[in-house]
Design a protein around this ligand. Structure first.
Ligand SMILES: Cc1ncc(C[n+]2csc(CCOP(=O)(O)OP(=O)(O)O)c2C)c(N)n1
Ligand code: SF4
Length: 273
């Protein structure tokens, strides 16, 4: 029997989903829904926008105001929606390719403007939907359909990118620690300004298979063993950090939010009349 969360927040008529067995996308999607449920948000006050990719298919399963947009353009659509109706909780679902390759410029500028949107990037280190090409987050040396001998590009640290561009809430979690991810999405939604949450997930079908990472359980175990919380990470030497990655709340700040600044301009003209 479907759970209360599924019955309340999913378009059950669109299920079963298309994701492969072992794919991590369901855990991230559940974390988003659980965060919304924990915050007690009204569904009609939320708008979920996605780009294109396996992860972006989540919007089709969610029973909210949703938009499945063009590849890389979720943040552009979301910006328009938020400016038209700043009261909405606008949540963007995107993949690492969608968000940081074709959509990279939109990410930078949404963060720079500090518009009050919560972005959750499902980072599986590959282009899942189109067959496992390498993406800007594929670690250097790892393989993809378009890098059969190993990727020679330097990979992006998406959280550092979002922070440097101006995001005011930045965190990273994994599908292994789903409860932490739920809290991070909650914090992202509550924070006024551009919130960026990187959810480290798994694609056993492409990234895992091409890089001999084993089954889904092995990939989950990798996340469990190599994700170090920021408090502990800060105390490690460079040697101890090798091969590990940091999770937790990485950055929090406040600065003027875009739709509020925009409203001030509108108000200044209203007063003049
Ligand atoms: C303009 C345009 N270029 C390319 C594509 C093909 N395309 C669809 S999904 C995708 C990659 C998705 O990768 P990612 O964002 O990492 O998401 P995942 O499928 O891994 O969740 C690409 C290149 C497209 N749909 N539109
Ligand atoms: S191809 Fe990868 S990301 Fe796409 S559904 Fe399958 S496991 Fe998930």
């Amino acid at each position: 029997m479907p759970s209360q969360l599924v019955n309340e927040y999913f378009r059950t008529a669109n299920l079963p989903h298309i994701w492969c067995p072992g794919c991590g996308n369901g855990i991230v999607t559940r974390a988003i829904v659980k965060a919304i449920d924990n915050l007690g948000l009204n569904k009609d006050d939320c708008c979920i926008v996605s780009g294109i990719g396996c992860s972006s298919r989540a919007s089709g399963y969610l029973d909210f105001n949703t938009l499945h947009t063009t590849h890389g353009r979720a943040l552009a659509f979301a910006t328009g929606i938020k400016l038209a109706n700043p009261k909405l909780n606008v949540i963007v679902i995107t993949g690492d390719g969608d968000c940081s390759a074709i959509g990279g410029n939109h990410l930078i500028h949404a963060a720079r403007r500090n518009i009050d949107i919560t972005t959750i990037v499902f980072n599986n280190n590959t282009y899942g939907m189109t067959g496992g090409q390498y993406s800007p987050t594929t670690p250097t040396g790892d393989k993809g359909t378009t890098a059969p001998y190993g990727n020679i590009d330097m990979n992006f640290d998406l959280c550092e990118l979002a922070k440097a561009a101006g995001a005011t809430y930045v965190s990273r979690g994994t599908i292994f620690t789903a409860n932490m991810l739920i809290k991070q999405v909650e914090e992202g939604i509550k924070s006024k300004g551009f919130s960026f949450i990187e959810a480290m997930t798994i694609c056993p079908t492409y990234y895992g298979r091409k890089n001999k990472k084993g089954e889904a359980v092995d990939m989950m175990t990798y996340l469990k063993e190599n994700a170090i919380n920021i408090a502990a990470y800060d105390k490690l030497t460079d040697e101890q950090r090798a091969g590990k990655f940091v999770v937790g709340e990485l950055y929090k700040n406040t600065r003027p939010e875009y739709t509020e600044e925009y409203q001030k301009i509108i108000d200044s003209f209203s007063k003049e009349r």
